[in-house]
Design a protein around this ligand. Structure first.
Ligand SMILES: [Zn+2]
Length: 269
């Protein structure tokens, strides 16, 4: 049987037998794959520690044609992200990236651009790249989240009304209103039928727009205002929860720490 090579991020692993493991990998070449790693639980195996969670590795696998698990024959570490072990907000953010990829992507549906962005996000969170102006881990995670939504066809409508398509009235008084059910902003005429609508501050709206754009505009989103970060974090979380049909497990953790990792910010009832 032919073997294939791929770049992969380890999203999840479970023990399968005394010696073997099943791993869920997000690959650049094939999208999500589930592989059986025979001997993967032995200390000295063909995989060494390449199957640790959130490791970027280069793999060789034998693809199964119908439904079954692929067989992993080799895995080598390309990169680990050591800062994740020492900075709680980055660790939660990285787990959230893995949870989103696992929940939102399909087998045999590759998105190479999203793969590259996931790796870039982990490099940023994990301290593997040095930047002149480092950005907040929470902002970096929201950038990935928004780009994932847009790549998969769920970019929120921000340029007009998600209900009727009317262009946004920049001069309208009061805050914009956002509806997760409608999938974006809603105009005054559509507001009565969008009962889940909520106010979105001008700064929050600008931050959402910056996160959705290609390029580097997102780095300035929120201008280091914690209130804007919190507003956008809450809204994106609600939007993802609505679309996914359940609340991602890591959201509560993400919302519970501040950038210094000193959370919880407040008692949750
Ligand atoms: Zn409308």
């Amino acid at each position: 049987m032919a073997t294939e090579k791929a770049q992969a991020l380890v999203l999840r692993t479970t023990d399968w037998s005394e010696t073997s493991r099943i791993a869920t990998l997000w690959t650049r070449e094939f999208g999500k794959v589930r592989v059986l790693a025979k001997g993967g639980r032995r200390l000295k195996s063909a995989f060494e520690n390449a199957l640790d969670l959130l490791t970027l590795c280069s793999i060789v696998l034998i693809r199964k044609s119908s439904g079954g698990l692929d067989l992993l024959t080799e895995a080598q570490v390309v990169q680990r992200f050591p800062r994740l072990g020492t900075h709680l907000p980055s660790l939660y953010g990285a787990y959230y990236v893995a949870e989103l990829l696992d929940a939102w992507t399909e087998e045999n549906d590759p998105h190479p651009g999203l793969f590259d962005l996931a790796v870039e996000t982990l490099r940023g969170l994990g301290g593997a790249i040095q930047e002149a102006e480092p950005v907040r881990s929470g902002l970096r995670v929201m950038r990935f989240e928004m780009q994932l939504l847009c790549e998969l066809g769920y970019c929120p409508v921000l340029e007009g009304c998600a209900g009727c398509g009317t262009a946004r009235n920049e001069g309208a008084p009061g805050p914009a209103l956002f509806s997760v059910a409608a999938g974006g902003l809603v105009c005054p005429a559509c507001q009565p039928v969008q009962r889940d609508r909520q106010a979105l501050s001008p700064a929050g709206l600008r931050a959402l727009e910056a996160l959705a754009q290609p390029g580097e505009a997102w780095r300035l989103a929120g201008r280091d205002d914690p209130a804007v970060d919190a507003e956008v974090r809450r809204l994106l979380g609600q939007y993802v929860t609505y679309l996914q049909g359940r609340r991602p497990r890591l959201l509560s953790y993400l919302e519970s720490v501040d950038e210094n990792g000193t959370g919880p910010k407040r008692e949750r009832g």
